[in-house]
Ligand binder design. Structure first.
Ligand code: ZN
Length: 295
């Protein structure tokens, strides 16, 4: 297990149904994250302890800042821009209109400003999900097919390897990545979550190139060396359904962790009352800055 870090502390007791997708917006010192099932985009300024949200009418899988201002969202009906002040949405594109059996899930931008977001089978049974890339020019491309529950993704510090999670496989995959074209190749398994550890969900890569993986039903975020496949650390979280992670705060030295309450019984929630909150730890490692959508 390597280093056991101190338990993550609750920073926002939001009791979200399915908190997900944290991303640090360094422009405003704001942590942006979503409640997929609650159909909300949340904005938390940890330094000021202020919080606000935008209520949507569709489930929101991922939200990323846009270089020209505002956000881009992956919603049930495709990609949209959001003005976080007025709440105005504008659809950019819908790659699979009319599909009620899938929805968008996790997403993230690469260094070139491409927004990668994947779809998932709502029943999480069949591999009918697709990882899409929304290019800065607004075109959409299929980056990967045959996915069941498209989830965490991030890149190595040099941008030449992409890490990716399809949760039911309990694996973290690596791909060779071409930063110029955004093409993936040479898929291989680098991590398998051990029995009893639940399922890998969201993920971030730190400045040293190590992976931090949120473990759904695993009560932790784990740190892995992608070259050896070894677990090198663990952050205990006082909630079972740990969904995603992102570095933020001063010098990107704080690890923010989202969690969920969905599917837990009253008895289970009694033992994890802060489930659905946002947690934080300071592991002594820095993150990489988040990239924003370039279109
Ligand atoms: Zn997820």
């Amino acid at each position: 297990m390597g280093t056991i870090y101190s338990e993550a502390e609750l920073v926002w007791d939001g009791r979200m149904t399915l908190g997900e997708g944290p991303v640090w917006d360094a422009r405003s010192g704001t942590l942006i994250f979503v409640d997929i099932a609650g159909k909300r985009v949340h904005f938390l300024e940890p330094s000021l302890q202020t919080h606000r949200f935008v209520q949507l009418e569709q489930m929101v899988g991922a939200a990323v800042p846009r270089q020209s201002g505002g956000l881009v969202l992956a919603l049930e009906q495709g990609f949209y821009t959001l003005d976080p002040v007025t709440g105005t949405l504008e659809q950019l594109a819908d790659p699979e209109p009319g599909r009620a059996d899938i929805r968008f899930n996790d997403g993230k931008c690469d260094a070139a400003g491409r927004f990668f977001a994947g779809t998932m089978d709502r029943e999480e049974l069949s591999p009918k999900g697709v990882l899409y890339a929304l290019e800065p020019d607004g075109t959409i491309r299929k980056a990967l097919e045959g996915v069941t529950t498209s989830n965490g993704l991030d890149w190595s510090p040099d941008g030449r390897t992409m890490y990716y999670i399809d949760s039911p496989t309990r694996r973290v995959f690596a791909f060779d990545y071409d930063p110029a074209s955004g093409e993936l190749g040479n898929r291989r398994t680098i991590v398998i979550i051990p029995d009893g550890g639940g399922f890998p969900d969201g993920m971030t890569v730190d400045k040293e190139g190590m992976l931090w993986v949120a473990q759904w039903d695993g009560w932790q975020v784990s740190r892995w060396d992608p070259l050896t496949g070894e677990q090198i650390g663990s952050v205990p979280v006082p909630a079972a359904r740990v969904t995603s992670v992102a570095f933020g705060g001063p010098e990107l030295g704080e690890l923010y962790i989202t969690t969920a309450r969905i599917g837990l019984t009253g008895e289970q929630l009694g033992k994890q009352p802060a489930a659905g909150g946002v947690f934080r730890c300071r592991p002594g490692v820095q993150g990489k800055p988040a990239f924003f959508y370039g279109g």
